[in-house]
Ligand binder design. Structure first.
Ligand code: FES
Length: 84
């Protein structure tokens, strides 16, 4: 059976106001479009205590820092491109 991937996006006030507010929507759409929503548990989280490196995203416990609308597509392709 396919492994479930856990993904958490920081919705603490710093990350939220610096872009994660919009990136949440982008990721939801991406997962849906690529039929990944049954493989990925996607949740918001509270501040990850790394505000100065944010906006932050966590995939299976691994922190991905400085995400933005400009780089999120490349990150998603890198992380999920070959699990279909
Ligand atoms: S608000 Fe995201 S790490 Fe603090």
């Amino acid at each position: 059976m396919a492994r479930i991937i856990e993904m958490q996006i920081c919705l603490g006030s710093s990350c939220f106001s610096r872009g994660n507010k919009d990136i949440v929507m982008y990721i939801k759409e991406y997962l849906k479009k690529n039929h990944l929503d049954d493989r990925v548990v996607f949740k918001g989280s509270r501040c990850m205590d790394k505000c100065s490196n944010g906006p932050n995203l966590m995939i299976n416990g691994r922190m991905i820092e400085e995400i933005s609308l400009a780089n999120i597509e490349a990150i998603m392709v890198r992380e999920f491109g070959n699990i279909k």
